[in-house]
Write a protein that binds this ligand. Structure first.
Ligand SMILES: [Zn+2]
Ligand SMILES: [Zn+2]
Length: 349
């Protein structure tokens, strides 16, 4: 008799249900993780509502921000220890395409993503495929930590990748972050930790502004952002502007907030097919550098796990709710309704 487990499965666009799947046993080269927490992000919402379909496979178990513990090892797996806390780097890349060879595995032309095309962490157990295990996608925690903190390794790794792409932050620089969701708050903590002079966070929800203020940010609502930036920079503009909400009008607005020679990161994904009007001369005359940031490499996940292990990031101000897997609908509604900030699911409950 095969044992079954509940799993949050995508049947098709906009069609998600809690289904029974067999409890996995690891085949050769595979590793089974016991999932202890999986946090939900905006991309999950777009998959669940049917807005996002590319790279997503019907029948897949969702969930890509995964904190687990190594439960069992298939034949031939070496270097991993049963019982260790671990997360997964979700980008399963080919290793041989030009992007991979150039150290940009997250832009691999043949990659599959755990929680999108491959089964993810919204189930009590996750079987990590052999090709991911052999490429080192399972990343053990350096020290034991709360599962809700380890689950932030995936979003934090994306933030670290974006941080690398925009050239980081220099001590004393002024940083503007637009959006105070989990991603904006992770950018806030990172920039404060890196010695930014001022971090100005723009967010419409008062409770999120309060969280950012407690992290050391100057906060404002969207209506006063340009005044606040002008006031804090003597009208010069910000050295770095990070867009952490995918709204097309922010493309132009972010350029206007930057200082001459400044950097602008369009970190958030914009809705599919979005277009924006920008004044290209702002980039030209102000000599701005615009970068993107999408996904992360295994190296970024390693750094994220190390930072989380040292408690450089405080998860308690970001992960506000934990639901059992059977309450997944409430969890999704909480994300949609901006209740709290980051919502976690503990599939053991
Ligand atoms: Zn995510
Ligand atoms: Zn590749």
């Amino acid at each position: 008799m095969t044992h079954t487990m509940p799993a949050l499965v995508l049947n098709g666009p906009g069609d998600v249900q809690l289904a029974e799947k067999p409890v996995p046993t690891p085949g050769p080269g595979e590793v089974v993780l016991a999932v202890e927490a999986t946090t939900i992000c905006g991309t999950d919402l777009r998959i669940i509502s049917g807005e996002k379909t590319t790279g997503v496979r019907p029948g897949v178990t969702l969930g890509h921000e995964i904190a687990g513990r190594i439960a069992s090892l298939g034949d031939g797996v070496e270097g991993l220890t049963v019982g260790r806390q671990a997360t997964v780097s979700i980008v399963v890349s080919c290793g041989i395409c030009r992007a991979c060879l150039a150290g940009q595995e997250h832009l691999c032309s043949h990659c599959e993503l755990i929680g999108y095309g491959l089964d993810g962490g919204l189930a009590p157990w996750l079987c990590v495929p052999a090709r991911a295990v052999s490429r080192g996608n399972i990343i053990p925690a350096t020290t034991e930590m709360p599962a809700t903190r380890l689950a932030l390794a995936e979003p934090l790794s994306c933030v670290l990748n974006g941080h690398r792409r925009h050239g980081g932050v220099n001590p004393g620089e002024t940083v503007v972050i637009i959006g105070g969701g989990a991603i904006g708050l992770l950018h806030t903590q990172l920039n404060v930790a890196c010695g930014a002079g001022k971090v100005i966070l723009c967010e419409k929800h008062a409770d999120r502004r309060e969280r950012a203020a407690a992290m050391g940010a100057i906060t404002t609502g969207p209506d006063h952002l340009s005044e606040v930036v002008a006031e804090h920079t003597d009208g010069y503009g910000a050295d770095l502007v990070i867009v952490a909400i995918g709204r097309h009008e922010l493309a132009e607005e972010s350029l206007d907030l930057a200082a001459p020679g400044g950097r602008v990161s369009w970190f958030a994904g914009f809705p599919k097919g979005s277009t924006a009007t920008i004044t290209p001369n702002t980039v030209h005359y102000q000599e701005l550098t615009v970068s993107g940031g999408s996904n992360a490499r295994r190296a970024d996940v390693h750094r994220a796990v190390d930072m989380l292990g040292r408690a450089d990031i405080d998860e308690t101000s970001i992960v506000t709710h934990v639901f059992g897997l059977s309450h997944w609908k409430e969890a999704v509604e909480a994300v949609r309704g901006h209740a709290g900030v980051k919502i976690a699911i503990d599939p053991r409950r």
